[in-house]
Design a protein around this ligand. Structure first.
Ligand SMILES: NC(=O)c1ccc[n+]([C@@H]2O[C@H](COP(=O)([O-])OP(=O)(O)OC[C@H]3O[C@@H](n4cnc5c(N)ncnc54)[C@H](OP(=O)(O)O)[C@@H]3O)[C@@H](O)[C@H]2O)c1
Length: 238
């Protein structure tokens, strides 16, 4: 039986991934700030789920939450970091920018760094980050969100290079979803919104294949292709 930790498992993609892992017989440690939601999820398979409060913005306490779960399971095969924060903020309110940056940049980097170090000590592991298609270009509706996702994608690639170069035996997967039907998918004009179960199935498949990077749902790969090539003068007018 394999063991995973899913960070940000109280709702949305993280929760759906936990449900799939449980169906496949995994033991799972789950974290987030909304403990009652985590307890509900634990109640679906009490003997195979352990939950722990974790606020990734608190970079001192956050690794301790992971360490606590690690000690319960002893060996961890997979860590999925699904926690994230998004605000529509074209008026550039600093409080909103700051919350996204503290969560998606500072808090997430601390989690990636800590998990990578733990896997190094353990001798193996698979770290999965969920960045976004929003990592590809700046987004005038949510500047810090897009930029923070670019940070995550870049950081994950750096860890992958580090693992290969130094033979750390740590696999790194970057999941780049388009729109997925969760509380986070905000705003008008959303399209190709994937059902959360479908997105989770595609994400788990990519994890099982140990992919480096994958777009979810798959057709967002076409949007990624276009976004990377769209000239700035045209992108600025959209
Ligand atoms: N939905 C989309 O369209 C979409 C598209 C691209 C990428 N993504 C990415 O997918 C990931 C999952 O998002 P989702 O769509 O599933 O949205 P969601 O339902 O809002 O889930 C976000 C998760 O992050 C956790 N979280 C937020 N702040 C946290 C903190 N400070 N400490 C610990 N956990 C925290 C939340 O748990 P608590 O509130 O309980 O702490 C929740 O479990 C995010 O990284 C998001 O950026 C989503």
């Amino acid at each position: 039986m394999k063991n995973a930790i899913v960070i940000g498992a109280s709702s949305g993609i993280g929760k759906a991934l936990v449900e799939l892992l449980l169906k496949k017989g995994w033991k799972v440690g789950i974290t987030g700030r909304r403990l009652p939601l985590l307890e509900e999820l634990k109640a679906t398979a009490p003997d195979r789920v352990h939950c722990h409060y974790q606020d990734i913005q608190d970079v001192t306490a956050s690794p301790k939450s992971i360490a606590q779960l690690w000690s319960v399971f002893e060996k961890i095969d997979l860590v999925i970091v699904s926690s994230g924060m998004a605000h529509l903020n074209s008026s550039l309110k600093w409080e909103l920018e700051e919350e996204s940056i503290q969560t998606n940049v500072v808090g997430t980097a601390r989690v990636y760094q800590y998990v990578y170090e733990q896997f190094k000590v353990q001798g193996y592991g698979h770290l999965v980050g969920i960045s976004s298609i929003a990592s590809i270009r700046g987004n005038r509706h949510s500047p810090s969100y897009g930029a923070s996702k670019a940070f995550q994608a870049n950081y994950l690639e750096a860890l992958r290079c580090m693992s290969k170069k130094h033979k750390h035996n740590i696999d790194i997967t970057d999941i780049q979803p388009g729109f997925v039907d969760t509380a986070m998918a905000k705003g008008d004009g959303l399209f190709w919104v994937a059902a959360v179960d479908k997105a989770a199935r595609q994400i788990l498949h990519a994890i099982e294949q140990k992919k480096r990077k994958v777009y979810v749902s798959r057709r967002w790969g076409g949007i990624a292709f276009l976004l990377k090539r769209l000239p700035a003068w045209l992108y600025e007018r959209i």
